[in-house]
Structure formats: C-alpha cells, structure tokens
Design a protein around this ligand. Structure first.
Ligand code: ARG
Length: 262
C-alpha cells in the first residue's frame, strides 16, 4: 500500500470511529446506570389512565409513555413498560422490582416516605363524575347524601374520599382495580359517583354516554416519576433529562399532543 492509500485508510478509520463514538455515547451512559435489567429502564404503570397511559391495540401509549421514552432515549436505555395494579407501583419501585413508577402519580407526603420523586412534569385535580341525570348536583350533595363513591384503589381519589374530613368516609367507598372498572360501575348504577383525576375523567366522560363532571374542592396535585430511594444516580439522570426535555419544548409538545389547547 502506498503512503496516500495508507493516509486515506487512516482517515476513514478515524472518521468511522468518531461516528461510532457519537452514536454510542448515550448507550455507554446507559450501561453505566444501575437498573433492574441492564441497559433497560423498567417502568411500572397502570394503563387505564387516559391520556397519561392507556392501551391502543397492543401498545401502551400516552403522555407518560412518551415522556418516559424520551427520558430513556436520553439515558441510552431501552424503555420497558409493565402494566400493573396502581396500588402495587410504589412497593414495586421501593423493593427494586421496577426502576421507575410513571403513572400520573401524585407526589404525596406519605409516598415520599417510601420513594423519591423526580421534578414534577404535569398537574392534575381530582374530579367527580356522576350520571347526567344524577340528583347529585354539587360535591356538597355527594358528601351529605348517602351515596356510594367508586375509586381506583390506592389513588389520591381513594385517599381523599375515604376520609370523613372532606370525603364520604370508608363505608361509602367502593374500590376498583382501575379507573375503567369504576366508571363501568357508575354506568351500571353500582356506585353513584366516581372520584378520579380531571384528565382521565374527561376522557371517560367522552367515551361513555350519559356521564358528566362536577367541580371538586380538591386542589392541584403534582405528577412526578417515582424512583427508588437507593438509586440516587438514576434520579439525578432523570431530573437532568426532564430539565432538558422541558427546556427544548419536548414535554410541552407531548402534553399538547394528548391534551390539545388549540
Ligand atoms: N394521581 C392519582 C394518584 O397518584 C391517580 C393516578 C392513577 N394512575 C394510573 N395510571 N392509574 O394517586
């Protein structure tokens, strides 16, 4: 090989090496992170919570699924979504079964005792769904009457409603595995109202005839990603990714796609 040919070859090797480095820089970052399954970001959710997570054919889509995918991409990890009971997510993250819980999950003092939460990426408010012809016109009617309320087990709706202070109390609560079952129970008259976050409430009312939403007195909740207390490094990387995705408009774009304001 003459000198020119050698120089060209050396340059080609250098160029392909650089491209190689650029494309695998995320992946090498991912493999350094300590996750449940190496190279993967295992997310627990409960996919009955449109527009945050729901089934579309055999896929789980929604705001949380897309935000988690964008984070996983930044971290060089492959996103794996596990659809589980909502009230098993915190314990699963705490025990190291899942890397993250991403499920329109509200940050609460109580949950903070078991897991860490990322920076908040969205907000929600508890709403009350009733039948269109319901005698319940206000939340006050609901609290004062002898009405049954359906909730998804372990959610903030469950927590607020089962309290006698501001809710209807334990005896008048029916707990369901998911929001959809609670709404089915409302449509069939098993319960008189459902307490659930405002965006899924809107989606359920749009998808089922004869239902409407009452204003609730509950204040704004912050949604964030639950991460094990023993994986501070992952939490830091997730917060960094969330910060970048907020600054470059990705989060706003994802939310706008599922909750259009125009
Ligand atoms: N925001 C409420 C909570 O954290 C309800 C979340 C329910 N999420 C779900 N994917 N089903 O308790």
């Amino acid at each position: 090989m003459n000198t020119i040919a050698r120089k060209i070859m050396a340059m080609a090797i250098a160029v392909s090496f650089c491209f190689g480095l650029a494309s695998c820089s995320n992946a090498s970052k991912g493999s350094k992170l300590n996750t449940v399954a190496s190279g993967k970001l295992t997310m627990a959710t409960n996919a009955t919570f449109p527009p945050y997570e729901y089934h579309e054919g055999d896929k789980i889509v929604g705001i949380d699924a897309e935000i988690a995918k964008a984070i996983a991409d930044k971290l060089g990890l492959e996103l794996v979504i596990e659809d589980v009971a909502f009230d098993s997510i915190i314990a699963g993250v705490q025990s190291g079964k899942y890397d993250i819980g991403c499920a329109g999950m509200t940050v609460t003092e109580d949950r903070l005792k078991s897991v860490n939460f990322s920076t908040s990426y969205a907000t929600g408010i508890q709403s009350i769904i009733v039948k269109e012809d319901s005698p319940i016109k206000t939340v006050d009617d609901l609290l004062k009457g002898d009405y049954k309320v359906g909730v998804q087990s372990g959610t903030t709706g469950d927590i607020y409603m089962s309290d006698t202070d501001g809710g209807v109390g334990e005896d008048r609560i029916d707990r369901y595995n998911n929001g959809n079952d609670a709404v089915v129970a409302l449509s069939s008259g098993k319960v008189d109202a459902v307490c659930i976050d405002n965006e899924p409430a809107k989606a359920y009312v749009a998808a089922n005839q004869g239902l409407k939403i009452l204003e609730s007195p509950y204040t704004e909740e912050k949604y964030a990603i639950a991460v094990s207390k023993s994986n501070e490094a992952l939490l830091a990387e997730i917060n960094k990714a969330l910060d970048e995705l907020t600054k470059d408009g990705t989060i706003a774009k994802i939310i706008e796609k599922y909750i259009p304001t125009k």
